[in-house]
Design a protein around this ligand. Structure first.
Ligand SMILES: NC(=O)c1ccc[n+]([C@@H]2O[C@H](COP(=O)([O-])OP(=O)(O)OC[C@H]3O[C@@H](n4cnc5c(N)ncnc54)[C@H](O)[C@@H]3O)[C@@H](O)[C@H]2O)c1
Length: 480
């Protein structure tokens, strides 16, 4: 059991603090947002994450998790202080480290009276931890008692508790033997369950985080480009991704074609990596291309619906899904919001629904230009097209016949492939998605360029599905 402090009670800090308490440690969470701390003291969660309220309440009741607004009280007696504050994109794309350094100053000023480890959990460019160390050294006195480690976080919002408590690895970056020993002790419950520990230098630990996130972002952009090609050649991108992912050298995760990546990490970390690589005189062409493809993908989705709607002026779009992924209310860099922005720019109106994220969107400038519906069918009512941007479970169960009857034009853009195309066609919808040829339900469906001969005797759905793939685990209705 170790006594520790978590600075920042955002998506990472609060989950990490609660999970470390669950592992048996005594944690005090501190935030400069005193209102947030007051709410946490009352048992109110500042954001939605499945299971977090129960985890927080349980560990609070056990006396292992406390919330404190005063930095000196929060850090008193701590062996380690984790910094999990935001490192958002600055105006030029580089990581804005002002909150990280402000948090570091809080720790120095809180005057530790015995050795304390400062742990950089926030994602920050290579070299940041060493800068923190210089900062500490330059502020003589109590700062001398502080050592520094890097411990990047890999949790995933929507399943943050599970991914914190059962990570693929724990990365520990430090030059200090004593610091490494303490970090290994903190994460001992995880190493006992077989989690690999990667102990390395400050720089390598910082780089592992960026290199990992940027590879995942690149994988998404890659499969989106392949999906766009699939649409032209009559291949089914979902089957292609499945066939690729079975190769263990590739793996199936992050191979889901869609409207592009979003969230608080991939776009900002890719930009930050490009920036600090450029400062080192290195051009990262692959990462740059991943961002470029991602930007174009959202635009491409809107063009898809415009093609389906023809020259309809000022269409009304029903948009389902505003969070960047399901099971979170996080709207940072959400593809759904990017789509809403483009639709509004082009003269459409948007009626949106999301099970959790609507309160966050309502407070934004973009949100004030949209309308919100309390239920998905209400959003669909009298709309010219339905666009599904986030694959929330509740959207999978929509009654497509009812959807078709409520829409003014039966256009469905299923950007997460949550519906069976044939079901949508059978319900009377003009179905479009990412990675299948357009106009699936149209009797005058254009022959796929490379499969014209094959296509002649097959249905639209069949035409989009390679014969060899139809018996695999991607379930699909047989052709009528
Ligand atoms: N969100 C994710 O899924 C995720 C996953 C892995 C890593 N990360 C990284 O973790 C870091 C935190 O991300 P987040 O999503 O939790 O951010 P967030 O914006 O949700 O939370 C940051 C919190 O820090 C608080 N804060 C700011 N300055 C402070 C200070 N000086 N002292 C104490 N608290 C302060 C803010 O009030 C806020 O509550 C970022 O570097 C991010 O890149 C995020």
């Amino acid at each position: 059991m170790n006594r520790m402090t978590m600075l920042g009670t955002g998506y990472v800090g609060l989950v990490s603090g609660a999970c470390l308490a669950e592992l048996g440690h005594i944690i005090t969470c501190m935030d400069i947002d005193a209102h947030k701390i007051r709410r946490l003291q009352l048992g109110q969660m500042p954001f939605y994450e499945p299971g977090l309220d129960t985890l927080v309440q349980r560990n609070h009741a056990r006396g292992r998790l406390a919330f404190e607004a005063d930095p000196a009280r929060a850090t008193a007696g701590a062996e380690a202080v984790f910094i999990a504050v935001g490192t958002p994109s600055g105006a030029d794309g580089s990581a804005d480290l002002s909150a990280l350094f402000a948090a570091c100053h809080l720790v120095i000023e809180s005057a530790p009276t015995r050795p304390m480890l400062l742990v950089q959990k926030s994602t920050a460019p290579v070299g940041t931890a060493r800068r923190l160390r210089h900062e500490i050294a330059s502020r003589n006195g109590h700062g001398a008692l502080l050592e520094v480690a890097v411990n990047p976080e890999f949790l995933q919002e929507g399943c943050a508790i599970e991914t914190f408590l059962h990570p693929d690895r724990v990365v520990i970056g430090t030059d200090s033997v004593r610091a490494e020993r303490l970090m290994r002790r903190i994460y001992r419950p995880l190493s006992l369950q077989g989690t690999p520990m990667v102990a390395t230098t400050l720089e390598s630990a910082e780089m592992i985080k960026y290199a990992s996130n940027c590879l995942l972002a690149t994988k998404i952009s890659y499969i989106n480009e392949i999906a766009n090609l699939c649409e032209s050649v009559g291949a089914d991108a979902r089957v292609v991704a499945h066939g690729m992912g079975l190769d263990h050298r590739i793996g199936s995760s992050f191979l889901h074609p869609g409207p592009g990546f979003g969230g608080s990490c991939f776009p900002k970390d890719a930009q930050a990596l490009l920036r600090f690589a450029a400062e080192c005189g290195v051009t990262l062409r692959v990462v740059s291309a991943a961002l470029e493809v991602n930007r174009a993908q959202a635009e491409r989705m809107v063009v898809k619906s415009e093609a389906a709607l023809g020259a309809l002026p000022a269409p009304r779009i029903a948009l389902l899904g505003l969070s960047f992924k399901p099971e979170t209310d996080d709207i940072r860099e959400s593809p759904g919001l990017r789509l809403a922005e483009i639709y509004l720019e082009r003269g459409a109106s948007v009626v949106a629904h999301d099970p959790m994220a609507m309160p966050n969107v309502r407070t934004t400038a973009l949100g004030r230009r949209m309308r919100f519906a309390e239920a998905p069918y209400e959003a669909v009512h009298d709309a010219d097209a339905l666009v599904v941007a986030t694959d929330w479970e509740q959207y999978r169960n929509l009654d497509l016949r009812r959807v078709a009857s409520l829409l003014r034009h039966p256009v469905l853009l299923d950007l997460r492939r949550i519906f069976e195309p044939q079901d949508a066609v059978d319900a009377g919808l003009d179905y479009h998605c990412v990675g299948l040829p357009p106009r699936l339900g149209d009797r005058n469906h254009r022959e796929p360029r490379t499969q014209a001969g094959l296509g002649a005797r097959r249905t639209a759905v069949d035409r989009a599905t390679p014969t060899h793939a139809r018996a695999d685990s991607v379930s699909r209705k047989s052709a009528p």
